[in-house]
Write a protein that binds this ligand. Structure first.
Ligand code: NIG
Ligand code: FE
Length: 419
């Protein structure tokens, strides 16, 4: 039997409402969205070779799929997840509902530290299985590229184990994985009272060991986590080792993280519920993306960052799920985009860019987040005629079909459209 190979094979997706997300960078959000109303996409050898109006589509493709007017976006990009973990934080959520706050629970050794204990105790295969399940859950919504942080390991060996697992996840071919070392997430119990020794271990051991496994380094820079001086030391060392840098900043307090990230030329500053105008302006000038995390501000009941302040400071916005057991147990990236619209005030167009093109920029992936000739054919097709439905519906948006590197990886039968 001859098995059709998706390599050496050309595929034309036609009659599609395409948001290429590949319009000129200096354009307004609608221009950057690059809408093609009645469009087609030619895929060959796993890459997009042509995208444009259907009437101008090249002929002679081996296979033609009529999308009957469905919306097509680049495979979505989730720029911020902590999906390699074991254990549950339901009890903690119940305590928070009873009035105990997140930072108090963390100071008692719960929160991140409790997930660290559960993750260290879990076997590698169990972590991989759970991670793969979460990646598939993301992909059902059309996500094809995911940033995955370590951070629930704590010590050098455990953090490295998580980064190796992130690489194994990537190799499973569910979605593309960009691993980030989050060595400085919470002070591990065994370093209690020895903060400096821990930061030394991150700088002298963890970062060198992570080279080749992670593409970036992250620090949780906040009250109750790591100080600005510690963050600077760690991120400088990471840059010295050739890693890109980013940080969790201003989730509870503005310690000056945005200015530091601007000074370092970081990829992104994530959270930003608390941020000074000066800090945002510095980010705008340096081209540091803001990664907004609605799941976390919702779970913690916080006021969100305001899109208008970010816009005025010239900061481009990305949105992530922050998939983690403590503050954002969700894989629904379109829901997060929809919440960013409601809570933070992004326009629908900005929200679409925030989970595609800008999210890819925020994790330093030039190969994702746009439909453009030459890029891998990572595509998400929806049972919607208007791509803005992704940020309009409050959840429920599942992909009708997903292609990863030209290979169909999600296929739904009947139309799933309910809006
Ligand atoms: O992005 N703020 C730090 N890290 C996560 C929370 C992790 C956790 O609570 O386990 C966040 O919200
Ligand atoms: Fe996070």
């Amino acid at each position: 039997m001859l098995i059709a190979s998706w390599m050496n094979h050309s595929l034309l997706l036609t009659r599609a409402r395409i948001a290429t997300c590949a319009g000129p960078d200096d354009g307004d959000p609608t221009t950057r969205l690059g809408l093609v109303d009645d469009g087609a996409i030619l895929v060959r050898d796993g890459r997009v070779t042509w995208v444009g109006p259907r009437a101008e589509a090249p002929s002679g493709a081996d296979e033609i799929i009529d999308l009957e007017g469905r919306a097509v976006l680049p495979g979505l990009v989730d720029p911020h997840t902590h999906l390699l973990f074991a254990g549950s934080r339901i009890e903690e959520m119940a305590r928070r509902r009873a009035g105990v706050d997140y930072q108090t629970i963390a100071a008692e050794g719960g929160g991140i530290a409790s997930t660290m204990r559960a993750t260290r105790a879990a076997g590698a295969e169990e972590l991989l299985t759970r991670g793969a399940r979460r990646l598939r859950a993301l992909r059902r919504h059309g996500v094809t590229c995911v940033e995955v942080k370590s951070g629930y390991g704590g010590d050098v060996a455990s953090e490295l184990r998580l980064l190796v697992l992130a690489q194994r996840l990537d190799a499973l071919g569910i979605a593309r994985v960009s691993p980030t070392l989050l060595g400085a997430h919470a002070l591990p119990a065994e370093y209690e009272g020895r903060r400096e020794a821990f930061v030394d271990a991150v700088v002298d051991e963890m970062i060198p060991a992570a080279v080749g496994f992670a593409s970036a380094a992250d620090v949780y820079c906040d009250e109750g986590a790591f100080t600005l001086a510690e963050t600077r030391r760690i991120l400088r060392a990471a840059q010295g080792a050739g890693l890109d840098v980013r940080a969790h900043v201003g989730q509870f307090a503005d310690l000056g993280g945005p200015e530091l990230l601007a000074e370092l030329g970081a990829l992104s500053a994530d959270h930003l519920e608390q941020a000074s105008t000066r800090g945002l302006q510095a980010m705008g000038r340096a081209g540091v993306r803001a990664v907004l995390l609605p799941g976390a501000w919702r779970t913690l009941g916080q006021a969100p960052p305001e899109a208008e302040r970010l816009r005025r400071a010239g900061v481009r916005m990305a949105v992530g799920t922050d998939l983690n057991p403590g503050t954002s147990p969700t894989s629904d990236l379109p829901l997060c985009a929809a919440l960013a619209v409601r809570d933070a005030g992004l326009t629908l167009e900005e929200a679409l860019l925030a989970i595609t093109r800008e999210a890819a920029k925020a994790i330093g992936r030039a190969d994702a987040g746009r439909i453009e000739a030459g890029l891998p054919a990572d595509l998400a097709v929806y049972d919607e005629e208007d791509p803005r439905a992704l940020a309009y519906a409050l959840g429920d948006v599942l992909a009708h079909g997903v292609w990863l590197g030209g290979k169909r990886v999600v296929e739904r039968g009947a139309s799933a459209r309910i809006w």
